[in-house]
Write a protein that binds this ligand. Structure first.
Ligand code: GAP
Length: 514
């Protein structure tokens, strides 16, 4: 656990030191759970957004993108159920005065049982060596089976209590499990209460006619209220999808863990509209497609898993999370939700406008069902940066810090380094820079020894460093160094663009995804 905490602290300080993420309003002592993306972070974030957008919108004939406003008519949130039901169960510890999400306290307890299971696996690996069959062990070892049974009982009881609004039972469960406050160590809990997470604000010039608005807690509703507009103007045929990326706001009770849980964050969502009865099929398809997308980043397939929900949101008939192994354990990264026809029907009822689709093939009119994929851009950023940050032993007591970002996402794709600041090398370097920057974000650095410059680019996650030396003057060749292998070889400088294209370009990575 201490090792994981250390790794997380390293990620946070790396983000600050190398210009990825800063605490918002830092000079005023910061604003809790609000962050600013710095010069390198904003590039990384933009690249993640673009990789998502191109793979969802550009590569699919039947998915289009929109950009709806953050402000919406207040009835949108009444219709969607958020005014009445977008709540989290909160509980306070009377000794530390700290506030927690009751469900998260229980889920954290369940996650600790995972650690016990992993210990049993480690022991068995030692005992059985190469003969060890993990799948069989997980299914038959009595201790592991009992642990899993306990986990599922706890989660299913919590799911039922939350669904039935039985908050007394949620508190009872916390007490029965002996869960203590991580700060005070005491079990002195208040009752569990529901807390609405939406921020509100006012629109209008004078206090008398100001209207109360909500800052959207999800981008999805902007898609639902535009369903008919997009379907008609785009002549879209079911099944089809509408995607968008944009800011969302939630007054989170527990706002810890850096950019994992923020009060202002960005979502990348896609609503896939399908015929009634087809939702299960598309739900399974999108679960697999989205998992494959995450795998394509190369952070290790072991670091992802599905978690099927016991407690369903008010709009869903099935839901699963893709969880990622963050430095603080497996946690939700993306949600795949089968949202039924709940939202479109609700907007039809509240707006009084017919929101339906005539299906030529079926020759019937219906309210489409929706399968949604919803991932937090900031959370994905955290997954990617924490999965990429490595401390490598180079032998002879030397180490290096390297950010092994997927090449396509790196904020700087290539750094141009003249070996020395004289003999015309900077001029040649600047010519190469001028060519490459038309296509890629490129850095130029002529300060310090070349070894130190490599280390700096490693820490920023730059996939390639190009060094211009005296041989360049003679034969127009340069050395190109790969961040991960640290191998260097010489190529002609006019081959650089092609070389980079094969390694770092969006099209290369999108082709692999297909
Ligand atoms: N439209 C469905 C929806 O919003 P959700 O599970 O509440 O579903 C989807 O959120 C994703 O948004 C999450 O999987 C997570 O990646 C991200 N997310 C949610 N709340 C967040 C927060 N407070 N800070 C950062 N990301 C958040």
């Amino acid at each position: 656990m201490a090792k994981q905490e250390d790794q997380f602290k390293k990620v946070i300080s790396h983000c600050k030191e190398y210009g990825f993420v800063f605490q918002s309003s830092e000079i005023y002592d910061g604003l809790s759970a609000v962050y600013d993306y710095a010069q390198n972070g904003s590039e990384l974030k933009k690249n993640i957004r673009e990789y998502w957008w191109k793979s969802m919108v550009q590569l699919n004939d039947n998915i289009v993108g929109i950009d709806s406003a953050i402000f919406t008519h207040p009835k949108v949130w009444k219709a969607s159920g958020h005014v009445d039901a977008f709540t989290d169960p909160l509980i306070d510890n009377k000794d530390s005065n700290k506030r927690y999400r009751a469900d998260v306290l229980i889920e954290d307890y369940v996650a600790k049982i995972d650690t016990k299971i992993e210990k049993e696996i480690k022991k068995a690996v030692k005992r059985f060596g190469e003969d060890f069959d993990k799948a069989q062990f997980l299914e038959t070892n009595p201790k592991v089976v009992a642990y899993k049974e306990k986990q599922s009982q706890i989660l299913s009881r919590m799911g039922k209590s939350l669904e039935n609004e039985d908050l007394d039972d949620v508190k009872a469960q916390i007490e029965e499990l002996g869960i203590v406050c991580p700060i005070s160590g005491s079990k002195n809990w208040t009752d569990v209460k529901q807390f609405n997470l939406m921020f509100d604000t006012k629109i209008g010039a004078s206090a008398e006619d100001a209207t109360k608005l909500y800052l959207r807690p999800e981008t999805a509703q902007g898609i639902f209220i535009n369903f008919l507009n997009v379907q008609k103007t785009g002549r879209m045929k079911i099944p089809f999808g509408i995607a968008q990326t944009g800011k969302a706001f939630r007054n989170e009770i527990v706002a810890r863990q850096f950019i994992f849980r923020m009060r202002e964050f960005e979502q990348m969502e896609m609503q896939y509209f399908v015929a009634p009865g087809e939702q299960k099929k598309w739900y399974d398809i999108w679960k697999e497609k989205r998992l494959a997308w995450h795998y394509s980043l190369g952070l290790g397939e072991d670091n992802y898993r599905f978690h099927d929900h016991d407690k369903l949101a008010h709009y869903a008939d099935a839901a699963a999370d893709i969880e990622y192994r963050f430095p603080f354990g497996f946690k939700e990264l993306e949600g795949i939700h089968s949202r039924t026809d709940f939202d479109l029907k609700a907007h039809q009822e509240f707006s009084g406008k017919k929101i339906q689709y005539f299906d030529n093939e079926r020759e019937e009119t219906y309210t489409p069902y929706v399968v949604e994929t919803s991932v937090g851009l900031d959370r994905l950023f955290l997954a990617i940066i924490s999965g990429s940050l490595k401390e490598e032993d180079l032998g002879e007591g030397k180490t290096r810090t390297v950010l092994k970002l997927p090449f396509v996402l790196a904020p700087i794709k290539v750094a141009i380094l003249p070996l020395v600041k004289k003999d015309g090398l900077p001029d040649i370097a600047k010519k190469i820079l001028a060519d490459l920057r038309l296509e890629y974000s490129v850095a130029y650095d002529e300060k310090d020894s070349v070894g130190r410059r490599y280390r700096r680019q490693d820490s920023l996650g730059t996939p390639f460093c190009v060094t211009i030396d005296h041989q360049t003057i003679e034969d127009n060749t340069v050395t190109i160094r790969n961040r991960d292998t640290m191998e260097q070889h010489r190529i002609k400088s006019d081959e650089l663009a092609d070389y980079l294209n094969k390694e770092v370009s969006m099209s290369t990575w999108l082709k692999r995804l297909k």
